[in-house]
Design a binder for this molecule. Structure first.
Ligand code: SF4
Ligand code: SF4
Length: 57
């Protein structure tokens, strides 16, 4: 199961994208989004997010 970003909680810092080992997180508008087909559900983004915006689907 992929992870997802709650855009209402994301502040667009980019920490998740920087910590994703498979480059599955891209900028979108002022926030970020997970590419579900690329995500390997490692959880690195979730633990790197300062606002708790990321959770497993
Ligand atoms: S769970 Fe892992 S692979 Fe998926 S988006 Fe987060 S850091 Fe990338
Ligand atoms: S680490 Fe969290 S707050 Fe920062 S861009 Fe990613 S989802 Fe948004």
């Amino acid at each position: 199961m992929a992870y997802q970003i709650d855009v209402n909680v994301c502040v667009g810092c980019g920490a998740c994208a920087a910590n994703c080992p498979v480059s599955a997180i891209d900028p979108k508008d002022d926030k970020y989004e997970v590419k579900e087909d690329t995500c390997v559900s490692c959880g690195a983004c979730e633990s790197s997010c300062p606002t708790g915006a990321i959770s497993q689907k």
